[in-house]
Design a protein around this ligand. Structure first.
Ligand SMILES: *[C@@H]1O[C@H](CO)[C@@H](O)[C@H](O)[C@H]1NC(C)=O
Length: 636
């Protein structure tokens, strides 16, 4: 390990020592050094499906970072032709997670202006973030998506240094943007990348003697981020209980709790021992809690593609063991789109790569064994930049309960957690409540209702309002007897007096729209409850019948054939592939039927107290689930 660290340092010094000299020998890719070499002027369907004014200025291509190991990063930049004032002088970099999942997910299914339809043509996303600033999607680290290299990154420090090199190359190509306010945005495992990059960027800004550009980083905007594995690993069971996925009456509750308590032991060890080796950016033991949760809550009587909770949105189902890996459905169109020769040519690719959403080898190299989880850097980062953390409330894997828990433990600005009794605002966008928000000492937490792991996928227009929160373009409304609100409005919203909310008036200037709000929780009318109960009864009887029939065919349930999940864990941390020997669950189908029809309201109240989970229900004597992980064994 030490040898490897030295080898890396040696290499890093060699490659980073004299960037300016290197710059003379071909700064860019083979394509050249002029912006027009990177212009994207056509895409399938662009001129048919986009209004002329909606077509953004686009640039894309593979920028050369390092000659010696042939590292090139792919980027795709979108700039609004008719900028709103608030979009001036801003550049948003968007990074997807993985590790190893390309940021074209972001461009084509989330915050970017493009969606791909069933004909594999582009259509316009009305909620695109490019209306709030230039937005640049970057496939990184190396060998993610259309980015390529002879080498792989193994530690998060490498990832951040390489991203700095990318920024230098990018702003050398677009020098007119180099003074922009920079927002680093992204999702999931980018909750590691982004703080790491911010840390290197801020440190570099301070080293005045260096002949390197400085960048005006103003905010980090992280969606369903994987930031603090400790609290997030311990959030799965509380979240599942709160979401109604499982309860203490479940036949496998005890096993799940055992897994949870084993995760707690891993967490406790890091609390006692602050060495980097004690931390796990991805702990297999804690990942097991999620694996088991998905395993035990399967509905084996459902159709094959409805068996498992979708780990990115608990209101959806998927087959087992995919449990969300086949989601979102748009992937079916994005896949052939990015693999088409025509599109690759349109995107100015010089080295064409068969497009994969997630690269397994990037993830398997980026073990981050000597990297602290990024939460470690938050106290220092918060002294210099605003951090906005948002969570789609339907996401299981990086759920909002874990997000709130890590803030509660975090010490920054001279205090631990948010102040007791801090005002929680309803977040209204365009007059409708879409979440709640807490903000203090440069840290803002937003829970976004009715949204999954990929918030801009479910709520494009609303998600764009998150940038108004970053830019402080909102109005605080406190009315008697009502919850206080933080109100944002769609871009280009016209106030009652006719003036546009173009950001020129500064912050907190929006006028409340005259839309009546109904923020009370949705109550089911009694009649529909009765109908639901009758439906439920009929369905239970039906299922009973089917099961009886099934039982006559087979004396015992079919064994579960565990196909190994595809190597690249999508959007998030690696999959612990340790379920092979687990027994088929023997849960009663009635409880399954109940759990299937239990669809709690997906709007949660802020979490007040920790959920009681009856810890210490059992010892650790659960031999079925001995976890053998070299990661964990290495600990002393
Ligand atoms: C918040 O950030 C500003 C700089 O943007 C800094 O001056 C201030 O000290 C920070 N506040 C806290 C509590 O860290």
């Amino acid at each position: 390990m030490i040898l490897r660290t030295w080898a890396f340092l040696f290499w890093a010094v060699l490659t980073l020592a004299n960037p300016l000299k290197r710059a003379k020998t071909g700064l860019y890719g083979k394509r050249g050094s002029s912006q027009k070499d990177y212009a994207v002027t056509s895409l399938p369907g662009l001129f048919d499906n986009f209004a002329e004014d909606d077509i953004p200025l686009m640039f894309a291509g593979q920028l050369k970072l390092f000659e010696e190991n042939n590292t090139h990063y792919f980027f795709w930049k979108f700039e609004d032709k008719h900028k709103f004032p608030q979009a001036e002088n801003k550049t948003i970099f968007w990074l997807n997670g993985g590790p190893g999942c390309l940021s074209m997910d972001g461009a084509l299914m989330e915050s970017g202006p493009i969606r791909i339809n069933d004909d594999h043509k582009v259509t316009y996303n009305e909620g695109s973030w490019h209306k709030q600033g230039n937005i640049v999607f970057v496939d990184q680290p190396a060998n993610t998506g259309f980015s390529y290299s002879n080498g792989f990154d193994e530690e998060l420090d490498q990832v951040s240094w390489h991203f700095m090199r990318f920024m230098d190359r990018y702003f050398a190509l677009f020098p007119e943007d180099a003074h922009h306010e920079i927002i680093l945005a992204g999702e999931s495992y980018a909750g590691q990348y982004i703080p790491y990059i911010a840390r290197v960027l801020l440190a570099r800004n301070k080293r005045a003697e260096q002949d390197l550009p400085k960048y005006n980083l103003t905010a980090l905007l992280i969606g369903n981020g994987w930031i603090s594995p400790n609290e997030q690993g311990l959030s799965y069971v509380p979240y599942a209980v709160q979401a109604g996925m499982i309860s203490e009456h479940h036949p496998h509750w005890k096993e799940l709790l055992d897994a949870h308590n084993q995760c707690r032991e891993v967490v406790d060890r890091t609390n006692n021992d602050d060495l980097v080796q004690a931390y796990k950016v991805v702990s297999r033991v804690c990942d097991e809690v999620l694996s088991k949760l998905l395993f035990y809550t399967r509905d084996t009587f459902a159709a094959k593609d409805q068996e498992c909770f979708n780990m990115y949105d608990y209101t959806l189902k998927d087959n087992y063991p995919s449990c969300g890996m086949n989601w979102p459905p748009d992937l079916a169109n994005v896949n052939p789109f990015l693999r088409s020769e025509e599109v690759m040519a349109d995107l100015n690719l010089e080295v064409q790569r068969l497009w994969h959403e997630c690269s397994g080898s990037v993830g398997s190299h980026l073990k981050a064994k000597n990297s602290y989880p990024s939460i470690k850097f938050f106290p220092d980062l918060l002294l210099e930049v605003e951090i906005v953390l948002f969570h789609g409330n339907r996401d299981i894997i990086c759920n909002y309960i874990g997000g709130e828990a890590m803030i509660k433990k975090l010490e920054w600005g001279g205090q631990r957690g948010f102040t007791e009794g801090l005002t929680v605002f309803d977040w209204t966008h365009d007059g409708t409540v879409h979440g709640y928000i807490k903000s203090e000492r440069n840290l803002t937490f937003v829970n976004v209702f009715e949204a999954s792991h990929m918030v801009p996928f479910d709520q494009p227009e609303v998600s764009r309002g998150l940038l108004d929160i970053v830019y402080k373009r909102f109005e605080l409304v406190e009315k008697d007897g009502k919850k206080p609100e933080l109100a944002t409005m769609p871009v280009g919203y016209t106030k009652e007096d006719g003036s546009k909310t173009d950001g020129t008036e500064g912050s907190h200037t929006l006028t409340r729209p005259t839309i009546s709000l109904d923020t009370s929780p949705v109550e089911l009318p009694h009649t529909s409850r009765i109908i639901r109960l009758i439906q439920l009864a009929v369905i239970i009887i039906l299922i009973w019948g089917i099961c009886a029939l099934y039982a006559t065919y087979k004396s015992k349930p079919a064994s579960i054939i565990k196909t190994k999940p595809s190597s690249g864990r999508k959007k998030n941390v690696q999959w612990a592939d340790q379920l092979e020997d687990e027994p088929a669950p023997q849960g009663s189908f009635i409880s399954k039927a109940f759990s299937k029809f239990k669809r709690p309201d997906t709007r949660y109240e802020p979490v007040g107290n920790d959920i009681e989970m009856g810890e210490n229900v059992s010892g650790s004597g659960n031999d079925e689930f001995i976890i053998s992980s070299d990661d964990e064994e290495n600990r002393t």
